[in-house]
Design a protein around this ligand. Structure first.
Ligand code: PBG
Length: 328
């Protein structure tokens, strides 16, 4: 009988398995998205995302305190404005929900890293991420100027990181230039570099009230079939000045995360998007999946693929679980 190679030897006990695990999830890797709505005392549940709420600014200090206690270092802010307009220019309002939220968070918890989503879709009446021409196409270059003004207004309010998610060409360069010209040379750009036209964004569009009224986002977001093009997008954003690059969604695009990590020497973020969250929540509600176990396995897969940071609606739950199992 030939000697059997004992690969199972190192899996024999929990202590050995832990010691030899190649990848570890850490609460410091997590970024928690927040939806900011107008008003006072607002905490509105999002039906398709159990556990996620639209919050008014006054709710944020308590939220930040909870995140801090859990060791989650950062939030990503989305705004729901009082009124929308044709060109999304309301997004540049110094007193908009995101700008107010940034000031509030920076006042109450200066150490919390505040990231803002820079896009037009939450602010335009038509729900597209850019300025619309009469024929319904999204106009690239006139969108850039509004995005840059929006990013500067976020930086002026005190945002540490701006995260453009619109997928217009040239936006990273345009935003970098505007930030620098306004004295925000230290503001970091986390670019949604490889953002796919995905059906996994459905629940988010309810949370952020930003579904396009007509058409779809396929003329600016990427085709799910392409990975070489994703590397081209990432390369271009790096050339234009991105400091952190993101792949979005995460779960169906782990190969893209791995390729970006392999090819470039920048921090890589993965966005564990709303549909990925909703799928697990729904299956768990039916008793078909163990929510905590599947959540941890999913987040770990993103880390293993190469993500340095994970944006996830599970941030609090995952951090609590890491505490519970003694890993944080
Ligand atoms: C657009 C934006 C979207 C998401 C983040 N920023 C939606 C879209 O592109 O349609 C999706 C996030 C998620 O699904 O969790 N500004």
């Amino acid at each position: 009988m030939f000697p059997i190679t004992r690969l199972r030897r190192t899996r024999g006990s929990e202590s050995l398995r832990r010691m030899l695990s190649e990848t570890k999830l850490n609460s410091e890797d997590l970024i928690y998205p927040l939806f900011i709505c107008p008003g006072v005392g607002q905490r509105r549940a999002v039906a398709s995302m159990p556990g996620v709420y639209q919050l008014s600014v006054d709710q944020l200090p308590a939220e930040a305190a909870e995140l801090k206690a859990l060791g989650v270092p950062a939030v990503l802010l989305f705004g729901l404005p009082e009124h929308k307009d044709e060109r999304g220019e309301v997004s540049c309002d110094e007193h908009g929900p995101v700008q107010e939220a940034v000031r509030c968070l920076k006042d109450s918890h200066p150490d919390l890293v505040v990231i803002t989503d820079v896009c037009l879709c939450e602010y335009t009446t038509h729900g597209h991420c850019g300025v619309l021409l009469p024929d319904g196409t999204v106009e690239n270059d006139s969108t850039l100027e509004i995005l840059a003004r929006q990013a500067v207004s976020h930086a002026r309010a005190g945002a540490d990181i701006v995260a453009p998610s619109d997928m217009m060409d040239g936006r990273v360069g345009c935003i970098r230039q505007a930030l620098d010209e306004n004295g925000f040379t230290q503001a970091v750009i986390m670019s949604y570099a490889a953002k796919y036209a995905s059906s996994f964004y459905g629940p988010f569009r309810e949370a952020a009230e930003c579904a396009p009224k007509s058409g779809n986002r396929r003329s600016y977001q990427m085709d799910a079939a392409n990975i070489r093009e994703a590397l081209r997008e990432v390369e271009q954003d790096i050339l234009e000045g991105a400091d952190i690059v993101m792949v979005k969604p995460a779960l169906a695009y782990l190969d893209v995360i791995a390729a970006v990590k392999e090819e470039f020497w920048l921090p890589v973020a993965a966005y564990n998007v709303s549909g990925e969250y909703a799928m697990i929540k729904a299956a768990a509600e039916k008793g078909w999946l163990d929510e905590t176990a599947v959540m941890m396995e999913t987040l770990l897969s993103m880390k293993r693929a190469g993500a340095d940071l994970i944006i996830t609606y599970f941030a609090k739950d995952a951090a609590k679980n890491l505490r519970h199992i003694g890993q944080a």
